[in-house]
Ligand binder design. Structure first.
Ligand code: ASP
Length: 314
């Protein structure tokens, strides 16, 4: 099952999308359809990961990603070891390497890693020799969030081919924006990243299928999906914004801005939301919002990713 096929060789990890062919990415999305059906059954469990132990290693806070990975692994009958740094010896100064040595001695079969440092998931992959899923590393990548975003858009339109996706807000500090900018063009969509110049790194324009603008109306015009990003104040060290009010007045995703988009365009947010800052409550709770759908789809996508990485691997 690890031999190269028409989809390309199966990558051992999901750290970002560099080694993933569009065919394999489509297979993950297709398989999520099956997982959603499992989640609709009275007994929401399949034996696919029976006998395997999955470690949920969260060195940074999370609500949606941690709970949905935990449920996804349990729904597939894996044993789950959940590790939260705040409640561990990491808060006493233990290094990532020493913590990993402890986890490795439990004979864990796969790691799901969230860490504030970019590259931490790569380090776990190298050190543990086991499949690793990056659940967010610094501002670098959050691949399962991008997959569930792609899945939610595909669910709406049947395909990502030729779709325009506008992503607005704190692009600079957002791993969600980077992962979506890497993934969506591979699946045929066009991505426009938008925010104040201080929060919009010009280098991202080098990515295929990605354009940048500081003009929110231009970004949203004709878009099929409009995603608001949280202002990541925990990652900001300098004065990136004049004032929050000024930011909201210009870049907030709200009903007025949505008028520029394709009619019926869907509204996305990776959560957690700062309501009435980057997104208005009307847009977050309105008929175009798919924010709770994203959460629902997240579990199915994570089941599908676990399946792809773990089932049939010796
Ligand atoms: N939950 C997402 C992340 O972990 C987005 C955010 O925190 O704003 O990157």
């Amino acid at each position: 099952m690890n031999a190269p096929t028409s989809m390309g060789a199966r990558p051992p990890h999901l750290l970002d999308f560099q080694d993933w062919t569009p065919e394999r990415l489509h297979a993950i999305l297709d398989n999520a359809d099956t997982m959603l059906q499992v989640l609709d059954r009275p007994v929401k469990k399949v034996p696919a990961l029976q006998g395997l132990t999955v470690c949920n290693a969260f060195f940074e806070n999370s609500t949606r990603t941690r709970t949905s990975f935990e449920l996804a692994a349990r729904r597939m009958s894996a044993d789950v070891l959940t590790f939260a740094a705040g409640a561990s010896s990491v808060s006493k100064g233990e290094s990532l390497r020493d913590t990993l040595e402890v986890l490795t001695s439990y004979k864990v079969d796969a790691y799901i890693v969230r860490h504030h440092a970019a590259g931490a998931a790569h380090l776990v992959a190298r050190y543990s020799g086991k499949p690793v899923i990056n659940a967010g590393d610094g501002r670098r990548a959050h691949p399962t969030q991008a997959l569930l975003d792609a899945y939610t858009i595909r669910q709406e339109y049947g395909s990502l081919e030729g779709k325009k996706v506008a992503i607005l807000g704190d692009v600079r500090h957002s791993r969600v924006a980077r992962s979506n900018a890497e993934l969506l063009p591979k699946l045929g969509a066009q991505v426009v990243l938008c925010g104040p110049a201080t929060l919009l790194p010009p280098g991202l324009a080098q990515m295929p299928g990605v354009t940048l603008t500081t003009d929110p109306k231009e970004a949203v015009r004709g878009a099929h999906a409009v995603m608001a990003l949280r202002l990541q104040r925990e990652r900001m060290s300098g004065g990136f914004l004049g004032s929050l009010q000024e930011y909201a007045d210009t870049y907030q995703v709200n009903d007025t801005l949505l008028k520029e988009a394709e009619s019926g365009a869907i509204v996305l947010h990776p959560g957690p939301m700062n309501r009435d800052l980057e997104i208005s409550s009307d847009a977050a709770d309105g008929p175009q919002s798919r924010i709770l759908k994203q959460v629902e789809n997240g579990q199915a996508i994570r089941m599908s990713v676990l399946y792809h990485l773990l089932v049939g691997r010796n």
